[in-house]
Design a protein around this ligand. Structure first.
Ligand code: PLP
Length: 378
């Protein structure tokens, strides 16, 4: 069998054909329960809908292949995927996590994670040395990374951090939501687990909340994750799994468009008189641009942030004036979104008050620029 390119695998959802009907689009398996064989076996591999589901397995096969992993699982949200990973840890375990990361997960770690007995060190994860210095050999069980990191788009050196973490006996999990498996495959840089908020680019149409985990190998942690998903009822529903598969068919096309437009916008906005700074790993002046070039293939993602001259009030006023961009949270859909992040992240956030986060969609880049330019100029 040839090594088809990711775009090809995605377009045909791995080429799966329904064996019963020969349908090109496999049916959605909605049954929550399955008939036992007369000799009391379950040879179909299906028993009950909470531990597993056929449509869910189809989505998982695609994601595992894209990430070049041993296996994948999909869950009810990106947060549930992350929480499942932290649920494999025991009270007293030490975790290293980034200072800049998805705010709701950072808040969960600092509150619920600590209540569960985890000790969490938040560090500058753009500095591999700072991550290494935070490791407590034997006590640190997990290093959590997010690259590019929300909403400042810093880049973490997965390979260097994985080497240091493994030497200290810790595993590495990477929230790769914004890179997607098309730009970065963290397992190939030494990570043990990859997490996606599949709500974002993988689905791509802002109509499914879903999460995904991929493992480098089937080990005790993976078995424990399967147990946690089943016993906590964290599996994705079959309709959502179907929509996720449908969305992933065009991931490559959507992401290429978003990356090209984001780079074009970042380059133009860098010299805009109303803009203080543009945060985007594709810009040569980004502090980790060289690392981004080495770790991301085919683009630097569809996410960027701008810092608006004049501070918070000017940033909020700019967002108020757009007509095409949608003022909304989330990211990774075909419609472009603009958001004043500090308003949502709260006082503990490292997000500056003058920052607007942009999720670049599939619209014409000239329209996107014209709308933003007009909003910035007032
Ligand atoms: N990770 C990142 C980078 C995110 O942007 C988000 C959601 O915005 C999540 C995780 C959480 O995903 P979900 O909203 O599907 O729970």
């Amino acid at each position: 069998m040839p090594q088809w390119k990711p775009r090809t695998l995605l377009a045909q959802a791995l080429g799966a054909i329904d064996p019963a009907s020969r349908a090109i689009v496999p049916p959605i398996h909605v049954s929550t329960t399955y008939e036992r064989d007369a000799d009391n076996q379950y040879r179909s591999g299906n028993v009950y809908g909470r531990p597993d589901n056929e449509t869910v397995r189809e989505a998982e096969a695609i994601i595992a292949q894209l990430e070049n992993g041993a296996a994948a699982m999909v869950l009810g949200s990106g947060m549930s995927a992350a929480v499942a990973v932290f649920s494999t840890l025991a009270p007293g375990d030490h975790v290293v996590a980034p200072r800049v990361m998805y705010w709701a997960l950072r808040n969960w770690l600092a509150s619920e994670g600590v209540r569960r007995g985890l000790e969490v060190s938040f560090v500058d994860a753009a500095d591999a040395g700072a991550v290494a210095a935070a490791l407590q050999p034997g006590r640190t069980k997990l290093v959590w990374l997010e690259t590019p990191s929300n909403p400042l788009w810093e880049i973490s050196d997965i390979a260097a951090i994985a080497r240091a973490a493994h030497a200290a006996g810790a595993r590495v999990a990477v929230d790769s939501t914004c890179a997607t498996p098309l730009l970065t495959r963290p397992l190939e840089f030494g990570a043990d687990l990859v997490m996606h908020a599949a709500t974002k680019y993988l689905n791509g149409h802002s109509d499914v909340v879903a999460g995904a985990l991929v493992t480098a190998k089937i080990d005790e942690t993976w078995t424990s994750l399967q147990r946690i998903r089943a016993s906590h009822g964290m599996i994705l529903g079959p309709f959502e799994a179907y929509l996720l598969i449908r969305g992933m068919r065009t991931l490559d096309l959507r992401l290429r468009a978003a990356c090209a437009s984001a780079l074009e916008l970042a380059t133009r906005l860098e010299n805009h008189p109303q803009i203080e700074a543009v945060l985007y790993p594709g810009l040569p002046r980004h502090p980790q641009h060289e690392l981004a070039r080495a770790q991301m293939q085919g683009g630097f993602g569809g996410m960027l942030s701008i810092r608006v001259r004049g501070g918070e009030s000017h940033a909020i006023a700019t967002a108020a004036r757009v007509r095409l961009w949608k003022r909304a949270t989330s990211l990774g859909g075909v419609e472009s979104l603009i958001e004043h992040r500090a308003s949502i992240e709260g006082p503990d956030s490292p997000c500056p008050p003058d920052l607007l986060r942009l999720s670049v969609g599939a619209e014409d880049v000239e329209d996107l620029f014209a709308d933003l330019d007009a909003a910035l100029r007032g």
